[in-house]
Design a binder for this molecule. Structure first.
Ligand code: GDP
Length: 447
């Protein structure tokens, strides 16, 4: 299922530990899942290839920002490239021309073309205060012409009176003329659809285009048809030239694959999306929302948080293992401090660890508050790896250097070292008590 891409990615990415930069191996592992998920979502193979190439190019060797994990970094890059591929900001219908502005609606039968024509006409009338005229050019299907007239009445938009026996080009010309005489801002031409792409259809659409010189040629395509929608877009663009796409049935369980492919294959913007059968169920296209849909999650934040939790758990496990051996250096302490800070400070974490109750009151007495976590972490970050491993190295001159480097005072560093000693001693004592506290602690971390 496509919806689980986020789970798969976080599964893979949680295995990545914090490192300076992303390796090709890390990125390739993640990209294998991205590729599979995109193919399952019916994204065209060529699009999948160029997409993963783009992500790889940007991700391999990328510096992992200090505040995020490698997993978060990869997900962010995948998300960014998705949004870019989908068209960045999103574009709306362009009516910047001398009225009446002709808008040509093209697409296969059943794609939602007539409904979308009425939806757009309603939107332009209600929101943009445009005077819109609609005309059906479907000479072979009187029912389609009737349908547009009924929809027009429903949304309060005029339709061109039906005259039997006219060709599509004749009706189109008459519509533009009526638009001019009637002082309309926009004339929407709903061309005939066919069940499949064929030459007659393309020829007719090309002729109507030549006769009316439309400012917008919008392809209406059904998002649920995936690959077929992409082939339709390619064919229409090659034959008549498109200016944009209206993607219908985005209210269905389409996973957005068609949107991604169509934009990438035709280079034409998706301007609007249909989100239901009702005449007001039309929405602007939001690339970031579709990117979220493709990643298979409500929002990127939840995934990032999930990834962060998994990585924290791995780190906690490593620390617990070291503690069990009676080792507890300043790097371990830094990990603990950071965890505490995240989990709501002293009260939040230490009260959960039986062995830490005592340490907590000691710390509180010593004036160590939650605010101090940040400066303590900064101080540890200013130490050399050797100092973190062996705090005994920290004589006065070194303390001064660290204080200056981290914006703390020598006194704060002394407090930090005292706290570390207290914690390390407690660990040692516990590790000697067989089946004692550390055993329980280890159990908490799944050891
Ligand atoms: P046309 O043959 O391309 O003109 O297609 P229609 O406009 O007649 O639409 C075909 C069917 O699709 C109708 O039942 C519409 O109500 C329905 N439809 C159109 N757009 C949407 C959409 O965005 N979502 C849903 N769920 N149904 C739609």
């Amino acid at each position: 299922m496509f919806g689980t891409l986020s789970d798969r990615l976080s599964g893979i990415l949680s295995g990545l530990t914090r490192r300076g930069s992303l390796t090709e191996e890390d990125v390739n592992a993640a990209l294998r899942e991205v590729r599979r998920a995109l193919l399952e979502a019916d994204v065209a193979l060529e699009v999948v290839r160029s997409f993963t190439d783009k992500v790889r190019e940007r991700a391999v060797g990328a510096e992992v920002l200090k505040s995020v994990t490698p997993g978060q970094q990869v997900i962010k890059i995948v998300n960014d490239v998705l949004i870019e591929t989908l068209g960045g900001e999103g574009e709306s219908i362009n009516l910047d021309a001398v009225p009446p502005v002709p808008v040509l609606m093209v697409g296969l039968q059943g794609s939602g073309k007539t409904t979308s024509t009425a939806k757009i006409a309603k939107r332009l009338t209600d929101r943009n205060r445009k005077k819109v005229l609609m005309a059906s050019l479907d000479t072979r299907r009187p029912a389609a012409m009737e349908q547009l007239a009924v929809l027009g009445q429903q949304v309060g938009v005029q339709t061109l009176p039906i005259v039997a026996g006219q060709s599509a080009v004749q009706i189109a010309r008459r519509a533009i003329e009526a638009g001019r005489l009637g002082g309309f801002d926009v004339v929407m031409l709903d061309t005939a659809g066919r069940v499949t792409l064929d030459d007659t259809l393309m020829e007719e659409v090309a002729q109507v285009k030549a006769a009316t010189n439309p400012h917008e040629v919008l392809l209406v395509a059904d998002a649920l048809t995936g690959q077929d929608a992409v082939n339709t877009a390619r064919a229409f663009d090659a034959r008549v030239g498109l200016t944009g796409i209206v993607l219908t049935r985005m209210d269905g369980d389409s996973r957005g694959g068609a949107a991604l492919s169509m934009r990438a294959v035709t280079g034409k913007p998706i301007k609007l999306v249909g989100i239901g059968e009702k005449v007001d169920e039309l929405d602007d296209f939001h690339p970031s929302r579709v990117a979220n849909r493709i990643l298979g999650m409500g929002d990127i934040v939840s995934l990032v948080e999930k990834a962060a939790q998994t990585i924290d758990a791995a780190q906690a496990q490593a620390t617990a293992q070291r503690m069990a051996k009676g080792q507890f250096d300043l790097s371990d302490m830094r990990a603990q401090l950071q965890q505490m800070e995240k989990m709501g400070g002293l009260g939040g974490v230490m009260s959960m660890l039986p062995g830490m109750k005592q340490a907590q009151s000691q710390l509180t007495n010593a004036g160590v508050g939650d605010k101090m976590f940040k400066s303590m972490i900064a101080a540890i970050d200013s130490m050399t790896p050797a100092e973190r491993k062996n705090p005994d190295l920290l004589k006065n001159s070194r303390k001064k250097r660290i204080a200056a480097g981290s914006g703390t005072t020598a006194e704060q560093i002394n407090k930090l070292l005292k706290m570390h000693r207290g914690m390390a001693d407690a660990m040692k004592m516990m590790s000697k008590q067989k089946g004692g506290m550390l055993g329980k602690l280890g159990g908490m971390f799944g050891l």
